[in-house]
Write a protein that binds this ligand. Structure first.
Ligand code: SF4
Length: 375
């Protein structure tokens, strides 16, 4: 089972962000800390002490918490859960927190063995557009410090399609990132989420995203460049040196059970899905009832099929057609023969060795392809 702990605090809100997080303030963070430890205990009983193959502390910005608070979360994880040998333990971190607030060697000594660093861009102008809390110098320094602290695994998050970004600039950012020697990169296209400051600015034409053609070239050329540097694209937005894929995300895509702890976290165990409330005060109410009153649902057959298709087609391995037949009782290629033919003709999908997968062109327009295969 995969274990995720959500930390719902950040130093402020970045211009493009619609994630479940709020500004870090000591008092609510203290309340959260108590609750998350309580939830870890309750949920470990609920899943009958199932052993853990991956632990992921994400957010928000986990490293906005004081180090001793992070240590208490890690201690509670170990107290209530039993990690399997080789368990990957990832912590999401932001560059501005690596400069002294956090002692990386102490994090490593707590068993954290992978850092996922949210650098997002290596261009100060673009970082300003995104309203991030760090600059390029801090990002480069944080990457060096992570390596010097002995973390074998370091992943970098980057964004393409930022207002003002050019194809040349994006490729040069990637080149700088690669120079830092990460073993994993996640490259996301900037999305305009409802209600964010960036979305408002684009709507009023104060700023604009790069054109669609430029964005498509950023995705395609970026992926080609990373592969030429030895990073295999193993999912729509993820690239890794062979053997360094993120075990946690690969577990999700493979349909492993997962337990999410903290506000807004989602869990899936024995066919039952539940989600914690996002607002800290609602999470607190749930905690007062000892986390017994979480709303849950049994996944319907159609939902299970949709998930299998949706998750596996995100990966470069693709959908195992046998798995689909086992679950649905029908052949995927027969059921969707017409759609498959059109997509294949347009070089958007490939079928080989019992798998159907999206080509890189297909990955670029994955949302519109995937919706054609939904029940
Ligand atoms: S640090 Fe991440 S989660 Fe926090 S506001 Fe910025 S984008 Fe959102």
């Amino acid at each position: 089972m995969l274990l995720y702990v959500h930390v719902p605090f950040c130093r402020g809100r970045c211009a493009y962000c619609a994630f479940a997080s709020q500004e870090y303030i000591q008092e609510p963070a203290g309340v959260y800390l108590q609750l998350v430890q309580q939830e870890l205990q309750v949920r470990s009983r609920q899943v009958q002490n199932t052993r853990i193959s991956s632990i992921y502390i994400g957010g928000g910005t986990p490293t906005v918490l004081p180090q001793k608070s992070l240590a208490r979360i890690v201690e509670a994880v170990y107290k209530h859960f039993d990690p399997l040998p080789g368990c990957e333990f990832t912590l999401e971190a932001n560059p501005e927190n690596i400069q002294g607030d956090i002692d990386l060697k102490v994090l490593a000594s707590m068993g954290i063995n992978r850092i996922s660093l949210g650098i997002q861009s290596l261009d100060d102008q673009l970082l300003k557009v995104l309203e991030r809390g760090h600059d390029t110098r801090q990002a480069l320094k944080a990457m060096r410090m992570i390596r010097e602290a002995g973390f074998a695994r370091m992943s970098l998050d980057l964004i393409w399609g930022i207002p003002g970004q050019t194809l040349k600039g994006w490729l040069s950012e990637l080149a700088q990132a690669v120079q830092a020697g990460p073993d994993h990169l996640s490259c996301y296209g900037l999305g305009l989420e409802p209600g964010t400051r960036l979305t408002a600015r684009v709507k009023t034409k104060e700023t604009a995203l790069p054109g669609e053609r430029t964005q498509a070239r950023m995705y395609m050329h970026g992926a080609e460049y990373l592969e030429s540097c030895g990073y295999l694209q193993y999912e729509i937005s993820n690239f890794a040196v062979m053997g360094f894929g993120c075990k946690h995300n690969m577990g999700y895509w493979a349909g492993e059970p997962f337990l999410g702890v903290g506000p807004s976290a989602v869990s899936s165990h024995q066919g039952v899905r539940w989600r914690n409330p996002s607002a800290l005060r609602d999470y607190q109410v749930l905690g007062q009832a000892d986390f017994r009153e979480t709303e849950s649902e049994n996944l319907s057959h159609a939902q299970q099929l949709n998930e299998l298709v949706l998750l596996s087609l995100r990966t470069s391995r693709g959908l195992n057609l046998n798995d689909y037949k086992k679950l649905s009782g029908v052949s995927f290629s027969r059921k969707y023969a017409d759609i498959i033919q059109v997509l294949h003709r347009n070089n958007l999908i490939r079928m080989a060795h019992g798998y159907l997968r999206l080509t890189r062109n297909g990955m670029l327009v994955s949302n519109s392809i995937l919706e054609k295969f939904m029940e």
